[in-house]
Design a binder for this molecule. Sequence first.
Ligand code: SF4
Length: 260
Amino acid sequence: MNMISPRFGENMPRRQQSLSHYRPDFDMDMVQRLLGRRRRRHMTRTTGKRLTTYRRPVLDRLRPRVTWKVYDITACTGDSIALQNGGNTARLGSRKMAASLKGADKLVCFVATIGAGIDKMIEAFGAKGSIADAYVIDALASGAIENTAQRFQDDFIHRLSRRSYVAGLRFSPGYCDWSIGEQNTLFSLLDCENIGVSLSDTALMNPRKSISAVFGLYDPKRAPRNLDYNPCSRCGKGDCIARRSSGTAATPAKQHHNEQ
Ligand code: SF4
């Protein structure tokens, strides 16, 4: 079985690489939540049947790939993070992300995708009016791209533990106070062409089921005590769809797919 395996050299991986070979899978908890499961509520039987019907065909269409690069953080001010990009400086603006990245040495930037085949499948079912089927397939695809991004991040962190770095929370452009327009800055830091992901004029990703994100790396000796500081825990925005539960490193359901 081929898993996501960044081939780290002796040093921190700075060079961008693409991953095209690992066994696709789903975050089924997320899929079921998207399809209506709640603490005291189950999915309908019809939806459950559709889930069983489409799980395999969706799996067969997944082409998960990830590209990433690690940048040095040169400054982390009140409302932005500065990265060293060759002779230039790239800035990412988010007050809440800057607060969470205080003390981080490096930023891992990445884009993950499950390929264009699944978008075509969803469109085909939508075009023939099978909206309920398209909806279930869409939820499965969201669970698949989340699984891809989370496995990449988990694997990266697992390998880093042997190299004396610890990692923080994941952030994505377009959520919380990080502008979707900064998708362009993030893409300028990565070679997304080699995994087939592009940006529209409105900064949405194509294929649609893609995730762009960053997470910080800290020297354990200098890492803040509240490394898993969750800005949501002190935020009063009660209706926020991107709110994460305390202590989780993952971004919430809506944050995992490229829908605004
Ligand atoms: S609740 Fe929403 S707006 Fe508030 S910090 Fe969390 S993601 Fe940001």
